[in-house]
Design a protein. Sequence first.
Length: 200
Amino acid sequence: MNYDEIRAQLEKRGYQVSCFATAKEAADYLNREIDGVSVGFGGSVTAEDMGLYESLGTHNQVVSHWHPAEGTTADEMRMQAMTTDVYICSSNALSKTGELVNIDGTGNRLASMLFGHKKVYYVIGKNKLADTLEDAIFRARNVASPKNALRLKRKTPCAVTGSCQDCKSPDRMCRGMLILWEKMTSCEAEVVLIDEELGY
């Protein structure tokens, strides 16, 4: 896939952009770039599939609520991850016009995208790309959220139907949506585009 257009759109919005053919190449790049710092992770199947927690953990202090340290809770790990030097996450969708769309239930990932780190990395597979902002919002609600609800065994209508019902279920995951129109002024941010299907 040719990423020249999306790269140009993202760069106009203030992001650094790196493009890779494979997840391994992207992981190798991140291991070179991120060294000797504290690294927090948002809940990301993409980052997990890339093995970033394990590989970065060999030469950085890593924090993830998916890998709580002994004697700690997931919520304690979420809080610690919000104060790290670097934060690694994905997005539920990226429009080809350069907007990042994200949906959360807890909100720790959304908060870290906005403030608190020296640099945020967004690792994004080609399956997350959408033509327009409206398409990206649709993807976040009707592709990513139902798949994540199934993965987490949530009792929501979308886990059954495969599409958003704007439900009132206590298990609802899509409680907040963040659209990043441009890079936040508070930190550096880099979008790492990968020409493979990764995550949801």
